[in-house]
Ligand binder design. Structure first.
Ligand SMILES: C[S@@+](CC[C@H](N)C(=O)[O-])C[C@H]1O[C@@H](n2cnc3c(N)ncnc32)[C@H](O)[C@@H]1O
Length: 468
């Protein structure tokens, strides 16, 4: 049978065996792996093949014969369509089990390196409302349910919510998201109703027109609240109307800002952000340290669990107060400032210039005088001249984005050969790849997975490496 012919094939009584890193589940049929969207390990289901590749099928369940005892009732009305919290139908203890397994499988199979015992994953204290940042998209192409598509009725097509997975132009209208605190949901619902009532236009991504484009809501453990609205049109009367509505309605907002983004993509890079009311930043707090977080700065999205992550990072760095530390991919200098009191000097490097400005302010604000920060692309900044200027580090802490480290950065770490490296990662697959490259000189001595993102398949992992 040709591959095309297998689309629509029903595989009967498929046993779901695993939960995978992509948030899907996995079973086996004849000689092929079957990835299933929407199952839980332990389910037995008939599944319909939607994609046929040489080594695997992608399928959706059409009939369940047995529901796994690992299941739980999802808390969110949008579960299954939204794609944000793919594991919400699995009990938290099993989510943790599969995250731990993800780390182990990646380090063992991809890393192929000698490993110490991998410590049990640290759970997140909060499994709901744990995020401090969400971004919603305005769209005039609301995602319609199958029932809506089948009827002739006219529907409201404007939406404010999350992109449908795999559909860049379709947005699911969100009524309530269980990831961020209640005020975030009130703002979401409030601004959408206000826009609809006042007939303000929602962005048309294909045609690139409309007023309202995105909204970012950021909160901090201190109760600070930042709202940034991105417009496409520069109609100042309408922009002022929206911004004044937010200012008057939500007194909780401590930093109200907007930007006009007429680029093809949604990223805030290159967009001027204007303060409409309040501060130009919010403050996060950790161990008495205050961190300035600007509209474009990275800050770990689960603030409480970030504290746990940084404590482990500091512990793995084994600082005595005498060390020169490099903090690579420093963001707003949170790790750098957090470990500074235990080191002689900390040098932070980060791509986003605004984040580096915040990092410097964070040191000043906290009276930390042994940090220095540089902005630029890591693969270019971390070179011989940089080491001559700043000194050879005793400890390197590295916390790269999901893609992991550039080969030049790995090569430079090998060339520096600091006695201790602490590698914090949000992607165990790229971390395993990098650890394998570092294996020529480094031995992995400690591994600690941390759950920062309950109900999702994502896992954070901290690794300590020692020079062989
Ligand atoms: C996972 S975050 C870590 C931030 C910080 N360590 C923290 O815990 O808040 C990764 C950071 O790397 C930065 N980044 C991404 N690519 C980079 C590059 N090529 N060069 C330098 N920094 C980069 C991002 O802007 C982001 O701030």
């Amino acid at each position: 049978m040709g591959r095309k012919a297998k689309r629509g094939l029903i595989i009967e009584n498929l046993e779901i065996l695993e939960a995978t890193a992509e948030g899907k589940c996995m079973g086996k049929h004849e000689d092929k792996v079957v990835f299933v969207n929407g199952g839980v390990p332990g389910d037995i289901a008939d599944v319909s093949v939607v994609r046929d590749r040489r080594r695997f099928y992608e399928a959706v369940p059409v009939k369940f014969h047995q529901l796994s005892d690992k299941r739980q009732e999802p808390i969110c009305e949008h579960f299954g369509v939204c794609g944000g919290c793919k594991w919400q139908n699995m009990q938290y203890k099993y989510q943790l089990f599969y995250k731990q397994k993800q780390v182990t499988d990646n380090l063992v199979r991809l890393g192929k390196i000698e490993l110490p015992e991998i410590k049990p994953i640290i759970p997140s204290e909060n499994t709901s409302f744990y995020r401090n940042k969400l971004e919603y998209t305005f769209s005039n192409k609301r995602w319609l349910t199958d029932e809506e598509v089948k009827t002739d009725e006219a529907f409201e097509r404007n939406a404010l919510g999350f992109h449908i997975p795999g559909r860049f132009d379709k947005v699911l209208n969100i009524n309530k998201c269980h990831l961020q605190s209640d005020i975030s949901n009130q703002i979401l619902v409030g601004i959408r109703e206000f826009a609809l009532k006042n007939k303000l236009s929602f962005f048309d991504l294909r045609e690139q027109h409309g007023l309202l484009r995105n909204i970012i809501i950021r909160s901090s453990v201190r109760g600070d609240l930042m709202v940034i609205v991105f417009f496409h049109s520069d109609n100042m009367d309408e922009i002022n109307l929206v911004m004044n509505y937010l200012k008057k309605t939500f007194k909780e907002i401590t930093s109200l800002q907007y930007g006009i983004n007429q680029k093809k993509n949604d990223t805030p890079e290159g967009v001027d952000i204007v303060v409409f009311n309040g501060e130009d930043h919010i403050l996060e707090e950790m161990e008495g340290l205050l961190f300035k977080v600007g509209p474009k700065s990275f800050y770990q999205t689960n603030s409480n669990q970030a504290y746990t992550l940084y404590q482990i990072t500091r512990e793995f760095a084994e600082l005595s107060g005498k060390e020169l530390v490099y903090d690579l991919y420093t963001g707003t200098g949170t790790i750098a400032n957090f470990v500074a009191k235990n080191a002689k000097q900390v040098i932070g490097v980060e791509y986003v210039p605004e984040a580096i400005e915040d990092a410097k302010v964070n040191s000043q604000r906290n009276k930390v005088d042994n940090t220095r920060f540089y902005s630029g692309d890591m693969k270019d900044v971390l070179n011989e001249a940089f080491i001559t200027e700043n000194g050879t580090p005793d400890v390197i802490i590295t916390d790269p984005p999901r893609a992991g480290m550039h080969q030049n950065v790995v090569d430079m770490i090998l060339r520096i050969a600091a006695p201790t490296v602490v590698y914090v990662s949000c992607n165990p697959a790229t971390q395993a790849r990098d650890l394998q490259l570092l294996d020529v000189k480094y031995k992995v001595t400690k591994v600690q997975p941390v759950d920062m993102f309950p109900h999702t398949q994502h896992v954070e992992n901290v690794v300590q490496l020692k020079l062989k």
